[in-house]
Ligand binder design. Sequence first.
Ligand SMILES: Nc1ncnc2c1ncn2[C@@H]1O[C@H](COP(=O)(O)OP(=O)(O)OP(=O)(O)O)[C@@H](O)[C@H]1O
Length: 364
Amino acid sequence: MADIRLEGVGHSYDGGRTWALKPMTWTWRDARAYALLGPSGCGKTTLLNIVSGLLSPTVGRIWFGDRDVTAVPTAGRNIAQVFQFPVLYEQMSVYDNLAFPLRNRGYPKAEVDRRVRTVSRLLGLDDHLQRRSRRLDPGRQQIVSLGRGLVRSEVAAVLLDEPLTVIDPALKWALRSKLKEIHRDTGHTLIYVTHDQTEALTFADEVVVLKDGAVVQSGTPAELFLSPAHEFVGHFIGSPGMNVLPAEVVDGTVRVGEAVIGRAVGELPPGPVRVGVRPEFVRISAAQETPGVPARVKGVDRMGAYHLVRAEVAGHDLVAKVDPGSPHAPGAVEFFHFAADGAFLFRDEVRCGSIAPLEGGKGA
Ligand SMILES: Nc1ncnc2c1ncn2[C@@H]1O[C@H](COP(=O)(O)OP(=O)(O)OP(=O)(O)O)[C@@H](O)[C@H]1O
């Protein structure tokens, strides 16, 4: 279809005193699968409702391709929406529910049948097509709602607001991959709202992370994991999230306490910074090596495939993800080394630089 572009779009529910969505300029690219990820109250639903036309933004304009739809109501935007809970005609059969959006728009009968059967097969609804929707359990009713959202081919976008909330966890995995399959088949632009990182990372081509009504970073799941641009992304994505330690830039080097852990990369004036490093990029040695941060081991969580070593540096927690079987005793002081390409510097929560190995020094 076309890109969906937000131009300076923002929304306030209280006459401009606070912004639920801060004015933003943003493009949803055609045929891409997006996850809109963020904690409760960060503005996900507000943003989705602005795209669908359920909400008129306080400021800004919305474009579908070169058509300005800012004043166009939902019905005129050609959007399919799937909500958290089933929205169905309960008296109708599953088949008729799936067919409804197509018949409503005058699709030929054979095309209606073909599309209904394709979606039904992909979502595992074939055995239920003739049943009345109200006779289905809520989880299956939601799958039918999902099918209704996905059955049309020529929509401007499919907007999904936490669509798998009522679905059994075991089924969620299967449905996510079905969604991907349907996306590949139809080439819809999908915007999938969730506060669940696993859901976002396994589903989307691109994850858009929202915090306090603003996008803090967007990128592929790998980009968000390997190269967080904001401390929040480091915390919110990853399990456990990124470690953050206070540090200091002194004469072009980065110091955590007394330990010099590398050279500061970036146009960085001296002064306080925070070092962010994911547990996956922390290595532990028992003996002093340079550069290494001495930390007291507090405990070891055995997670099966890996262990999490929890330690403390000057009152701050530091976690390393290590191979099972590595010996780390609570109470011992060990040396924690940060991989240069996995550690970043932050000021005011925003990434401001990275860390390079010291000349002649060992990497992590
Ligand atoms: N109709 C409304 N009137 C007043 N404030 C609202 C309204 N809807 C949302 N808000 C406020 O706007 C902010 C963003 O809410 P929104 O529902 O968009 O967030 P969300 O990220 O979708 O949250 P959740 O995951 O809990 O649904 C919140 O502070 C919320 O309390």
